[in-house]
Design a protein around this ligand. Structure first.
Ligand code: PD2
Ligand code: ZN
Length: 302
């Protein structure tokens, strides 16, 4: 399992910098408090970037900086107070081009910090993609979406694909891929929902949405009984539509092209738009599109 820097940690980093602590001292304090070094470095970069941007917007903040700086000893970083929330996360410390997913070595094509998005290449073989499509085909039905109003499921015009769910471990190919995903994302296999396969025909799309369950909706508490919140999504591309059908992240202008065997992973440590994980399946213009989606929960999904 990996860690994600919390807003409290980022605030703590800024406070240490304001107090004149050296970056090495701040990093040492964080690693002593149990933060992984690569997460700590990324948090320092993000926190200071946002802090400097904030100073540029509001010059008055400089006054606060000067006042606070006198209240702490120079160079003496204190222990960061907040604890990291465990999150699914590939082991990318050292920025490897490939990661070992147990029975397969997977390529790392894109590694984005905010939103947390990683694009993988070669996660599935062509034969595995074909086998998943063949096993899913007899069971396809018009896709439903989880209704946070009621806790049930319903047809939704925003989602014009056909789909089906495998049970976890339903057959040999599903079990093999689930084990690979658990290893790749360093997340317990039991916390995953059953694999979903979706088939989009020309014109079909999945309008932008969040995959987490909206905490303000009345049906959400009942959905959360089965494993807690969703915290991550892995969309695996099982074929290549002729045109269209990319997975889009409108908040950051990112579009991931569907390429057979590749996958896009994104994670959201809180059920909130600040994670910038709004995403959609762009309309398929020509050809068909097939994907398999694995959603990851906080706890065991029963
Ligand atoms: O098929 C996609 O690209 C897509 C886009 C958005 C899939 C999902 N969401 C999903 O399965 O949640
Ligand atoms: Zn989605």
């Amino acid at each position: 399992m990996s860690q994600v820097a919390t807003p409290e940690l980022q605030q703590w980093i800024v406070e240490q910098a304001r107090a004149g602590c050296k970056p090495e001292a701040v990093l040492a304090a964080m690693t002593q408090a149990g933060w992984q070094e690569d997460v700590a470095i990324a948090a320092m970069e993000a926190a200071m970037g946002e802090h400097v941007a904030g100073l540029q917007r509001t010059p008055a903040a400089l006054t606060v900086t000067a006042t606070r700086a006198t209240t702490q000893r120079e160079g003496a970083a204190q222990q960061p107070s907040s604890q990291a929330k465990p999150m699914p996360e590939p082991r990318l410390a050292g920025h490897p081009r490939q990661v070992d997913a147990g029975d397969r070595v997977v390529d790392v094509l894109v590694n984005l910090r905010s939103p947390r998005v990683v694009v993988f290449g070669n996660l599935l073989s062509a034969e595995e993609c074909d086998e998943l499509i063949a096993a899913a085909t007899p069971h396809l039905k018009r896709s439903l979406t989880v209704e946070t109003q009621t806790g049930g499921e319903a047809l939704n015009d925003a989602r014009t694909s056909d789909g089906m769910f495998f049970r976890r471990g339903e057959n040999a190919i599903v079990s093999r891929i689930e084990a690979r995903i658990a290893r790749l994302l360093d997340w317990p296999l039991e916390n995953g929902e059953g694999l979903q396969v979706l088939h989009y025909r020309p014109g079909a799309e999945y309008k932008p949405h969040y995959d987490y369950f909206n905490p303000d909706e009345p049906g959400t508490p009942s959905i959360l009984k089965r494993g807690g919140q969703r915290v991550g999504t892995l969309v695996m591309y099982l074929n290549e539509p002729e045109r269209g059908g990319g997975t889009t992240f409108p908040d950051v202008g990112l579009e991931v092209a569907p390429q057979r065997g590749n996958a896009v992973f994104f994670a959201y440590d809180k059920p909130h738009p600040s994670t910038k994980t709004l995403h959609g399946g762009a309309p398929v213009i020509a050809g068909d599109k097939w994907v398999a989606t694995k959603w990851l929960r906080e706890q065991e999904f029963k």
